[in-house]
Design a protein around this ligand. Structure first.
Ligand SMILES: Nc1ncnc2c1ncn2[C@@H]1O[C@H](COP(=O)(O)OP(=O)(O)OP(=O)(O)O)[C@@H](O)[C@H]1O
Ligand SMILES: [Mg+2]
Length: 215
Protein backbone atom coordinates (compact mmCIF):
# COMPACT_ATOMS: atom_id res chain seq x y z
CA UNK A 1 0.00 0.00 0.00
CA UNK A 2 1.36 3.38 -1.02
CA UNK A 3 0.96 6.45 1.20
CA UNK A 4 -1.33 8.79 -0.71
CA UNK A 5 -0.12 12.28 -1.59
CA UNK A 6 -2.30 14.56 0.48
CA UNK A 7 -3.53 17.81 -1.06
CA UNK A 8 -5.46 20.16 1.24
CA UNK A 9 -7.51 23.04 -0.13
CA UNK A 10 -7.67 25.82 2.44
CA UNK A 11 -8.62 29.47 2.88
CA UNK A 12 -9.15 32.01 5.62
CA UNK A 13 -12.27 33.40 3.97
CA UNK A 14 -15.48 31.56 3.13
CA UNK A 15 -17.00 31.23 -0.31
CA UNK A 16 -13.76 31.84 -2.22
CA UNK A 17 -13.86 28.63 -4.30
CA UNK A 18 -12.20 25.92 -2.16
CA UNK A 19 -14.79 23.22 -2.80
CA UNK A 20 -14.81 24.08 -6.51
CA UNK A 21 -11.03 23.62 -6.70
CA UNK A 22 -11.12 20.41 -4.63
CA UNK A 23 -13.82 19.01 -6.93
CA UNK A 24 -11.88 20.02 -10.05
CA UNK A 25 -8.80 18.20 -8.73
CA UNK A 26 -10.97 15.11 -8.21
CA UNK A 27 -12.41 15.45 -11.72
CA UNK A 28 -8.87 15.66 -13.11
CA UNK A 29 -7.97 12.44 -11.24
CA UNK A 30 -11.17 10.84 -12.57
CA UNK A 31 -10.18 11.73 -16.13
CA UNK A 32 -6.81 10.04 -15.79
CA UNK A 33 -8.11 7.05 -13.84
CA UNK A 34 -5.96 7.91 -10.81
CA UNK A 35 -7.17 6.30 -7.58
CA UNK A 36 -8.01 8.86 -4.89
CA UNK A 37 -9.89 9.46 -1.67
CA UNK A 38 -11.82 12.65 -1.07
CA UNK A 39 -12.27 13.98 2.45
CA UNK A 40 -14.61 16.81 3.29
CA UNK A 41 -13.72 18.38 6.64
CA UNK A 42 -16.51 20.93 6.18
CA UNK A 43 -19.56 19.82 8.16
CA UNK A 44 -21.74 21.84 5.80
CA UNK A 45 -20.55 19.78 2.82
CA UNK A 46 -21.02 21.10 -0.67
CA UNK A 47 -18.33 19.10 -2.47
CA UNK A 48 -19.45 16.85 -5.30
CA UNK A 49 -16.92 14.14 -4.42
CA UNK A 50 -17.46 13.91 -0.65
CA UNK A 51 -17.05 10.33 0.48
CA UNK A 52 -15.30 9.14 -2.70
CA UNK A 53 -12.91 6.36 -1.65
CA UNK A 54 -10.94 4.32 -4.17
CA UNK A 55 -8.97 1.37 -2.78
CA UNK A 56 -5.23 2.06 -2.43
CA UNK A 57 -5.52 5.75 -3.38
CA UNK A 58 -2.51 7.54 -4.87
CA UNK A 59 -3.93 10.89 -3.76
CA UNK A 60 -6.04 12.21 -0.90
CA UNK A 61 -7.92 15.42 -1.69
CA UNK A 62 -9.04 17.27 1.45
CA UNK A 63 -11.63 20.03 1.26
CA UNK A 64 -11.78 22.19 4.39
CA UNK A 65 -14.07 24.77 5.96
CA UNK A 66 -13.06 28.43 5.87
CA UNK A 67 -10.83 29.86 8.54
CA UNK A 68 -8.28 27.14 9.27
CA UNK A 69 -10.29 25.56 12.09
CA UNK A 70 -8.71 23.23 14.68
CA UNK A 71 -9.38 20.09 12.67
CA UNK A 72 -7.79 21.57 9.55
CA UNK A 73 -4.76 22.73 11.55
CA UNK A 74 -4.40 19.24 13.03
CA UNK A 75 -4.35 17.54 9.62
CA UNK A 76 -2.32 20.25 7.86
CA UNK A 77 1.19 19.05 8.85
CA UNK A 78 0.44 15.72 7.10
CA UNK A 79 -0.27 17.47 3.81
CA UNK A 80 2.16 17.17 0.91
CA UNK A 81 0.71 20.30 -0.65
CA UNK A 82 -1.71 23.03 0.35
CA UNK A 83 -3.81 24.81 -2.24
CA UNK A 84 -4.63 28.23 -0.85
CA UNK A 85 -7.77 29.67 -2.43
CA UNK A 86 -8.21 33.42 -2.40
CA UNK A 87 -10.20 36.12 -4.14
CA UNK A 88 -8.37 39.17 -5.49
CA UNK A 89 -9.22 41.59 -2.73
CA UNK A 90 -7.03 43.91 -0.69
CA UNK A 91 -8.98 42.78 2.35
CA UNK A 92 -7.50 39.30 1.93
CA UNK A 93 -3.85 40.38 2.09
CA UNK A 94 -3.51 40.39 5.85
CA UNK A 95 -5.27 37.02 6.51
CA UNK A 96 -3.32 35.58 3.58
CA UNK A 97 0.02 36.60 5.10
CA UNK A 98 -1.05 34.86 8.31
CA UNK A 99 -1.93 31.72 6.33
CA UNK A 100 1.53 31.73 4.70
CA UNK A 101 3.04 32.00 8.20
CA UNK A 102 1.04 28.95 9.37
CA UNK A 103 2.08 26.94 6.30
CA UNK A 104 5.74 27.87 6.65
CA UNK A 105 5.67 26.90 10.31
CA UNK A 106 4.05 23.55 9.46
CA UNK A 107 6.62 23.06 6.66
CA UNK A 108 3.88 22.50 4.08
CA UNK A 109 4.58 23.65 0.51
CA UNK A 110 1.77 25.53 -1.17
CA UNK A 111 0.38 27.14 -4.28
CA UNK A 112 -2.06 30.05 -4.26
CA UNK A 113 -5.06 30.08 -6.56
CA UNK A 114 -6.74 33.41 -7.20
CA UNK A 115 -10.29 32.35 -7.98
CA UNK A 116 -13.14 34.32 -9.55
CA UNK A 117 -10.54 36.55 -11.18
CA UNK A 118 -11.89 39.50 -13.14
CA UNK A 119 -10.26 42.21 -15.24
CA UNK A 120 -10.41 44.94 -12.64
CA UNK A 121 -7.16 46.77 -11.98
CA UNK A 122 -7.36 45.82 -8.31
CA UNK A 123 -7.27 42.16 -9.35
CA UNK A 124 -4.10 42.75 -11.38
CA UNK A 125 -2.52 44.72 -8.53
CA UNK A 126 -3.39 41.93 -6.13
CA UNK A 127 -1.85 39.28 -8.40
CA UNK A 128 1.32 41.41 -8.81
CA UNK A 129 1.59 41.70 -5.04
CA UNK A 130 1.05 37.98 -4.63
CA UNK A 131 3.66 37.06 -7.27
CA UNK A 132 6.22 39.26 -5.53
CA UNK A 133 5.32 37.71 -2.18
CA UNK A 134 5.44 33.99 -3.04
CA UNK A 135 6.95 33.81 -6.55
CA UNK A 136 5.16 33.67 -9.91
CA UNK A 137 5.48 29.90 -10.17
CA UNK A 138 3.29 29.44 -7.11
CA UNK A 139 0.45 31.68 -8.30
CA UNK A 140 -2.41 30.38 -10.44
CA UNK A 141 -5.61 32.07 -11.52
CA UNK A 142 -9.10 30.90 -12.41
CA UNK A 143 -11.34 33.51 -14.04
CA UNK A 144 -14.81 34.41 -12.91
CA UNK A 145 -17.15 32.42 -15.15
CA UNK A 146 -20.83 31.55 -15.00
CA UNK A 147 -19.89 28.12 -16.32
CA UNK A 148 -18.50 27.28 -12.84
CA UNK A 149 -21.80 27.35 -10.90
CA UNK A 150 -23.57 25.92 -13.95
CA UNK A 151 -21.14 22.98 -14.11
CA UNK A 152 -21.68 22.41 -10.38
CA UNK A 153 -25.44 22.18 -10.87
CA UNK A 154 -24.85 19.69 -13.69
CA UNK A 155 -22.46 17.77 -11.38
CA UNK A 156 -19.77 18.12 -14.02
CA UNK A 157 -16.25 19.45 -14.30
CA UNK A 158 -16.10 22.87 -15.92
CA UNK A 159 -13.53 21.26 -18.25
CA UNK A 160 -16.27 19.06 -19.70
CA UNK A 161 -19.02 21.63 -19.32
CA UNK A 162 -17.24 24.40 -21.18
CA UNK A 163 -14.55 22.63 -23.21
CA UNK A 164 -11.97 24.89 -24.76
CA UNK A 165 -13.24 27.89 -22.79
CA UNK A 166 -10.94 30.21 -20.88
CA UNK A 167 -12.08 29.01 -17.48
CA UNK A 168 -11.79 25.35 -18.52
CA UNK A 169 -8.23 25.96 -19.74
CA UNK A 170 -7.33 27.73 -16.49
CA UNK A 171 -8.74 24.82 -14.48
CA UNK A 172 -6.66 22.31 -16.47
CA UNK A 173 -3.55 24.47 -15.91
CA UNK A 174 -4.37 24.59 -12.19
CA UNK A 175 -4.91 20.83 -11.91
CA UNK A 176 -1.74 20.10 -13.87
CA UNK A 177 0.35 22.46 -11.72
CA UNK A 178 -0.92 20.70 -8.61
CA UNK A 179 -0.37 17.26 -10.13
CA UNK A 180 3.23 18.17 -11.00
CA UNK A 181 3.89 19.26 -7.43
CA UNK A 182 2.83 15.90 -6.01
CA UNK A 183 4.68 13.93 -8.68
CA UNK A 184 1.76 13.01 -10.93
CA UNK A 185 1.95 13.19 -14.70
CA UNK A 186 -0.10 16.02 -16.21
CA UNK A 187 -3.35 15.47 -18.03
CA UNK A 188 -2.82 15.45 -21.76
CA UNK A 189 -4.39 18.73 -22.82
CA UNK A 190 -4.11 17.67 -26.45
CA UNK A 191 -6.34 14.69 -25.73
CA UNK A 192 -8.92 16.98 -24.18
CA UNK A 193 -8.73 19.30 -27.18
CA UNK A 194 -9.10 16.37 -29.54
CA UNK A 195 -12.28 15.44 -27.67
CA UNK A 196 -13.45 19.04 -28.24
CA UNK A 197 -12.79 18.79 -31.93
CA UNK A 198 -14.64 15.48 -32.17
CA UNK A 199 -17.60 17.06 -30.36
CA UNK A 200 -17.69 20.13 -32.54
CA UNK A 201 -17.54 17.96 -35.66
CA UNK A 202 -20.49 15.99 -34.35
CA UNK A 203 -22.37 19.20 -33.65
CA UNK A 204 -21.56 20.73 -37.02
CA UNK A 205 -24.38 19.13 -39.10
CA UNK A 206 -26.98 20.23 -36.55
CA UNK A 207 -25.61 23.75 -36.75
CA UNK A 208 -25.72 23.76 -40.56
CA UNK A 209 -29.31 22.52 -40.42
CA UNK A 210 -30.25 25.20 -37.90
CA UNK A 211 -28.55 27.90 -40.02
CA UNK A 212 -30.30 26.75 -43.18
CA UNK A 213 -33.70 26.58 -41.57
CA UNK A 214 -33.19 29.86 -39.78
CA UNK A 215 -33.76 28.22 -36.39
N1 LIG B 1 -14.23 30.83 -10.96
C1 LIG B 1 -15.48 31.00 -10.55
N2 LIG B 1 -16.35 31.73 -11.28
C2 LIG B 1 -17.63 31.90 -10.87
N3 LIG B 1 -18.14 31.39 -9.74
C3 LIG B 1 -17.30 30.65 -8.97
C4 LIG B 1 -15.94 30.42 -9.32
N4 LIG B 1 -15.39 29.64 -8.34
C5 LIG B 1 -16.36 29.40 -7.45
N5 LIG B 1 -17.51 30.00 -7.82
C6 LIG B 1 -18.80 29.96 -7.13
O1 LIG B 1 -18.66 30.61 -5.88
C7 LIG B 1 -19.46 29.96 -4.88
C8 LIG B 1 -18.54 29.54 -3.73
O2 LIG B 1 -17.64 28.54 -4.22
P1 LIG B 1 -17.18 27.33 -3.31
O3 LIG B 1 -18.36 26.66 -2.69
O4 LIG B 1 -16.26 26.51 -4.11
O5 LIG B 1 -16.39 28.14 -2.19
P2 LIG B 1 -15.84 27.62 -0.77
O6 LIG B 1 -14.59 28.38 -0.51
O7 LIG B 1 -15.76 26.14 -0.76
O8 LIG B 1 -17.00 28.10 0.21
P3 LIG B 1 -17.15 27.69 1.78
O9 LIG B 1 -16.13 28.50 2.52
O10 LIG B 1 -18.57 28.11 2.09
O11 LIG B 1 -16.92 26.21 1.89
C9 LIG B 1 -20.14 28.80 -5.59
O12 LIG B 1 -21.43 29.21 -5.98
C10 LIG B 1 -19.25 28.55 -6.81
O13 LIG B 1 -19.98 27.97 -7.88
MG1 LIG C 1 -16.57 24.71 0.58
Amino acid sequence: MQKPKTIMVISQKGGVGKSTLADELAFSLDRTGTAYAFYDLDGQGGSLHSGHRDPDPAVAVVDTPAGLDDRTLKVLPQADLAVVAVNASGRDMSPLKKTFGVLDEAGVPYVVVVTRCNRYNVANDFIDWLCRKVGTDRVLTVPQAEAVPQAYLAKKSVVDYQRGGKCADAVIAFANAVRARVGLAPEAVKELRRRDEADSMMQAPAKVLADNTGR
